[in-house]
Design a protein around this ligand. Structure first.
Ligand code: C2O
Ligand code: CU
Ligand code: CU
Length: 458
């Protein structure tokens, strides 16, 4: 079988065009997927995957409404494909193997080119050999700046993620079957930008935009900040239009894998004081993941000086005639093995959507979970039938949570809904981006053992 023969979706033709280093990307520097090593915890950890030999994947900067060209070169022996999480871009640029493109082979280049329609905090990661490459480091943050600057003095990106290392600081297997069938396999080294408790200097009294991104394969981070002059200004990329309560030690904010939160932070006015991003881990005290340290004489800014973030131009769903679609997330009745394509299988089926496990990356003959008509509004009812939490992510579209059987949900525009145990959530969206859009749990072990599907917009 050739890679091309697995192609499923409508976006595939456009995506395949960029295969093979056709030289479309003159002028844009290549993003080279490559082996790396880095001292994550004392000794050098080898066998990492990044875009440079000795550093984390860089923050990629773009601007709302301005074309971006991102040629991705694969220098690994395995296949890859790059996905731009949260961006509402054409299907052929979405980076999902078999659904939107042929996987990128060794020494091949795929030219990703798109115009980000929304400003905000996004991220990128492979969608082929996903478990392998993400667990070994290939998760980076993407910042799309507003056309008009909201008035911060500086910004700080914090990429939260775990690594799973042995005593010699080398990688342990990224997953266990036991973990994959439950909450996932957790890392044992928690990092911010691949560092343990990094300190970042920002001017005393200044206004910092703190962009926190959970790019971990498994862990739901529970965070709060040690300061009160802080506000949440964006959630999963999009400006918040309602008052969101600030998290506290007792009620930390749950950030699931794939989710992002932007804080507006007023730095302390005294040099040396810090703003700490704190996280809670089972059986431990709160721990600083990263600290922003005030330096110099106070520049005496005030949070009220910030201009509100302009809303992104996502269409608002019309609930009066929205059709309802049901999705059930749970274990799978089938115990068969997923087929192994070019994008890595974990070798098990544990999970399912609507009782059907995704049959592996190279799934053929698997239809969409739902077919939506372009331009129409829909309500999706998401039911978690398992005791585990699932950050359910939809590509290419944004949605707004309507209600839950367990809690009050603020109507925050998002692409990833963290479903709690036994939770039923209704979300609404406008199907305004045509194509086949992956719909899956962002606990990668769940994604790769069945909890995946796609939604078609025609
Ligand atoms: Cu962030 Cu389908 O992924
Ligand atoms: Cu995504
Ligand atoms: Cu899950």
């Amino acid at each position: 079988m050739k890679r091309r023969e697995f192609l499923l979706g409508s976006g595939a033709t456009a995506g395949a065009m960029g295969l093979g280093g056709l030289g479309l990307a003159a002028g844009a520097p290549e993003l080279v997927v490559q082996p790396a090593s880095f001292a994550l915890r004392g000794q050098m950890t080898s066998g990492m995957v990044s875009l440079s030999p000795n550093a984390p994947p860089p923050v990629l900067y773009g601007k709302q409404g301005v074309d971006m060209r991102l040629p991705v070169r694969n220098t690994l022996p395995e296949y890859t494909a790059m996905h731009w999480h949260g961006l509402r871009i054409p299907n052929g640029m979405d980076g999902v193997p078999y659904l939107t493109q042929v996987p990128i082979g060794s020494e091949e280049v795929f030219d990703y080119e798109f115009t980000p329609p929304d400003a905000g905090t996004y991220w990128y990661h492979p969608h082929c050999m996903t478990m392998d490459q993400m667990a070994h480091g290939l998760t980076g943050v993407m910042v799309i700046a507003e056309a008009n600057d909201p008035g911060f003095d500086s910004e700080q990106v914090v990429n939260l993620r775990d690594f799973r290392l042995d005593d010699a600081d080398q990688f342990l297997p990224a997953y266990t079957a036991r973990g994959a069938a439950r909450a996932g396999t957790f890392g044992n080294v928690q990092t911010a930008n691949w560092l343990t408790e990094p300190h970042y200097e920002h001017a005393a009294g200044s206004l910092v935009r703190l962009r926190v991104v959970n790019t971990d394969t498994t862990r739901i981070y529970k965070v709060h900040l040690n300061r009160s002059e802080v506000r949440i200004i964006a959630w999963d990329g999009h400006p918040v239009e309602v008052e969101v309560p600030m998290p506290s030690a007792d009620e930390p904010l749950l950030i699931g894998p794939g989710q992002r939160v932007d804080f507006a932070v007023k730095m302390p006015t005294d040099e040396g004081q810090t703003v700490d991003l704190l996280a809670k881990f089972p059986g431990q005290k709160h721990r600083a993941m990263a600290r922003l340290r005030a330096v110099g004489a106070s520049v005496a800014r005030d949070l009220r000086e910030l201009r509100p973030l302009p809303a992104n131009l996502a269409a608002k769903p019309d609930l009066t005639k929205a059709e309802v679609h049901e999705f059930v997330f749970g274990w799978t009745p089938e115990s068969g093995q997923p087929n192994n394509g070019f994008c890595g299988s974990l070798g098990y089926n544990f999970w399912s959507i609507n009782r059907t496990p995704w049959p592996g990356d190279a799934a053929q003959g698997v239809g969409p979970l739902a077919t939506l008509e372009q331009g129409k509004s829909y309500v999706l009812r998401l039911r978690n039938e398992s005791p585990n939490l699932h950050p359910i992510h939809l590509h290419g579209l944004v949605f707004v949570p309507l209600k839950s059987n367990l809690r009050r949900l603020p109507p925050l525009l998002t692409d990833t809904m963290l479903l709690l145990k036994d939770e039923v959530v209704e979300i609404a969206l406008v199907a305004d981006n045509p194509g086949d859009w992956a719909f899956h749990c962002h606990v990668i072990e769940h994604q790769k053992t069945g909890l995946t599907g796609f939604i078609r917009v025609v």
